[in-house]
Design a protein around this ligand. Structure first.
Ligand SMILES: Nc1ncnc2c1ncn2[C@@H]1O[C@H](COP(=O)(O)OP(=O)(O)OP(=O)(O)O)[C@@H](O)[C@H]1O
Length: 308
């Protein structure tokens, strides 16, 4: 796929602090999730991609054009920043319409575009109220409306779901997925893995300013398959089970979790291990109450990759 956003050897220093470290990343069309713990460099990346920060080193391009000092790109790009930057006395509609005017629309176009954007994020009912009375969810919805009011082809959303209630969360997820399906390229940052999982399977993992991994969740799973999988076996006879497992070549390690009557088994061949497990238990007359993999969610994938 042709990349829409290209980072090539990009570093960003804030004095002595490094925000991004020699990042090379090519992002294709569709929705991409940018994951990383606090301080990973997500906001730095988004600000570089929208031309708000100048790289200390390397180049950032969108649609093949250098982003820095290129106001011509502004009408193609939208940003929903992490921090609120409202004029609290304005109504949500005024705020979004003003942003549309700043993108070059005339009054009529801007009013129509603001109506449409506020409707899309479910704010029609509240759009003539002052922002100062908005809840966190309403603020996030309004920020998303301002980011997309000028119909950008690339949208950057910095932690758009933070602090939202479940209804706002579901609505915003639907909006983002809809934008991706309609051909807009969307990069969404979050430090909450299940949020990103709900938005897209394509993820980029950042940690301490570096790219840790990228790809489909499945590919990232393949990557971690090179590292031991951690599987928990719950059984009243966990000691007997451990004795049997100790003789298996594909078991790399066993830990007792005494108070839960369970074992934590490490293996590099999880498929073979799972296939053999029922027979192993049956031949010893052992019953297994529960078997689960610690890897079965993105949280574990992330932990593996940042700790390896
Ligand atoms: N304006 C700044 N001045 C100095 N250091 C900064 C500045 N902005 C970011 N940093 C530092 O750069 C690193 C990356 O920060 P950044 O905000 O990009 O990360 P993040 O992944 O968005 O984190 P968070 O989720 O906490 O916003 C951190 O060490 C941060 O302290």
């Amino acid at each position: 796929m042709t990349p829409i956003i290209e980072f090539d050897g990009v570093s960003k220093w804030y004095g002595n602090v490094i925000g991004l470290n020699k990042l090379t990343l090519h992002v294709p069309a569709g929705v991409t999730g940018l994951l990383g713990p606090n301080g990973a460099g997500k906001s730095t990346l988004l600000q570089l991609a929208t031309g708000q920060l100048r790289p200390s080193q390397g180049t950032v391009r969108v649609f093949g054009q250098d982003v820095w000092d290129n106001p011509g790109l502004n009408h193609l790009i939208g940003l929903c920043p992490e921090q609120d930057a409202f004029y609290e006395w304005m109504t949500g509609h005024d705020f979004v319409r003003t942003c549309a005017r700043l993108s070059g629309m005339n009054r009529r176009e801007a009013t129509k575009a603001a109506n449409r954007a506020m409707e899309l994020v479910g704010m029609t009912e509240h759009m003539y109220r002052a922002v100062r009375g908005y809840s966190k969810g309403m603020r996030q919805r309004t920020k998303l409306a301002q980011a997309m009011v000028h119909n950008p082809r690339v949208l950057f959303l910095d932690e758009p779901l933070t602090g939202t209630d479940p209804v706002a969360r579901r609505d915003l997820i639907d909006v983002v997925r809809g934008l991706g399906a309609s051909g807009c390229s969307v990069v969404v940052s979050s430090h909450v893995l299940h949020e990103i999982q709900a938005l897209t399977p394509r993820i980029v993992l950042l940690h301490r300013g570096r790219l840790v991994a990228q790809g489909h969740v499945r590919e990232i799973r393949d990557l971690i398959d090179k590292h031991p999988h951690r599987i928990v076996l719950v059984s009243e006879q966990y000691r007997e089970l451990a004795a049997k497992l100790a003789t298996c070549a594909d078991v790399d390690g066993i830990k007792f979790i005494e108070r839960e009557s369970s074992l934590l088994v490490e293996t590099r061949q999880p498929d073979a291990f799972y296939a053999r497990l029922p027979e192993l238990a049956a031949t010893g007359g052992l019953s297994l109450r529960e078997v689960y993999s610690e890897d079965d969610n993105l949280e574990a994938v992330f932990k593996y990759l940042v700790n390896r």
